[in-house]
Design a protein around this ligand. Structure first.
Ligand SMILES: C[S@@+](CC[C@H](N)C(=O)[O-])C[C@H]1O[C@@H](n2cnc3c(N)ncnc32)[C@H](O)[C@@H]1O
Length: 227
């Protein structure tokens, strides 16, 4: 069902443990997805696409997009429905299967615009300059965040867009720990520091409260690859 490419189906070397001693590796996500899809399939299917992605992608001309860490594909299907040719990567086979069935339910024209890839983003690398949009939303990083940002950025074509979003572990307004306390995801400082200003114009680099009160803060980074 899935294409193999650039490290896909490599046994996960991803290992990250938060302060609650949770390990966000392939096995953790596969178990979480398979339990959630078994117990709450309708809730998953109803989830709206990420508001940051919708707000930013609305202003772009559809082209080739990478959804890195696509989960069950709410954003992937939204992009395909808006004319994008999407490559969707995740290491949870259950999430990918759900995404594929949702895309098929949305229509053959949408499903045929998506390639689903089972791959580990700890090593999976997009083809150089292959995408007009690379989106990587709420993915835990096992190794260096800067390296991951640069690897995802390498997939963006000249004139294309990189969108990275991460939960912040601490609320900057209050200093209180959020639900993502102890987790490593992309931050504004690390993403901006990882992007060479000669090659990237950073259009958005800010922390935004999440839409639902009490659910924390997201780091949102949107950068354009300079010609
Ligand atoms: C919090 S969910 C976010 C899903 C979606 N991007 C969104 O914003 O709703 C994180 C997703 O990233 C995937 N993921 C986490 N680490 C990964 C890795 N190293 N390689 C591939 N997928 C990964 C998980 O399986 C999960 O589907």
């Amino acid at each position: 069902m899935y294409n193999g490419q650039n490290g896909s189906r490599v046994r996960s070397g991803t290992l990250f443990v938060d302060m609650n001693q949770r390990t966000y590796d392939r096995s953790f996500w596969e178990q979480l997805w398979s339990k959630t899809l078994r117990e709450q399939p309708d809730k998953v299917a109803r989830r709206q696409p990420n508001a940051h992605l919708v707000a930013e992608a609305r202003n772009l001309l559809p082209g080739r997009a990478l959804d890195a860490g696509c989960g069950h594909g709410a954003e992937t299907v939204w992009l395909a429905a808006h004319g994008w040719q999407v490559t969707a990567v995740d290491f949870s086979a259950s999430a990918l299967a759900k995404g594929q069935s949702m895309a098929e339910a949305a229509g053959a024209d949408i499903a045929q615009r998506i390639s689903w890839i089972e791959g580990d983003l700890a090593s999976w690398t997009p083809g150089q300059g292959q995408f007009d949009l690379v989106a990587c939303l709420h993915v835990h990083v096992a190794g260096s965040v800067a390296e991951m940002v640069q690897r995802m950025a390498s997939g963006v074509a000249v004139g294309g867009t990189l969108l990275m979003v991460g939960h912040r572990p601490v609320d900057p307004a209050t200093g209180a720990a959020t639900a993502a306390a102890g987790q490593v995801q992309v931050s504004v400082e690390t993403a901006v520091g990882a992007l060479d200003p000669l090659r990237w114009e950073v259009a958005v680099a800010e922390e935004r409260p999440r839409a639902i009160a009490g659910t924390g803060v997201d780091a949102v980074i949107l950068a354009r690859r300079r010609p």
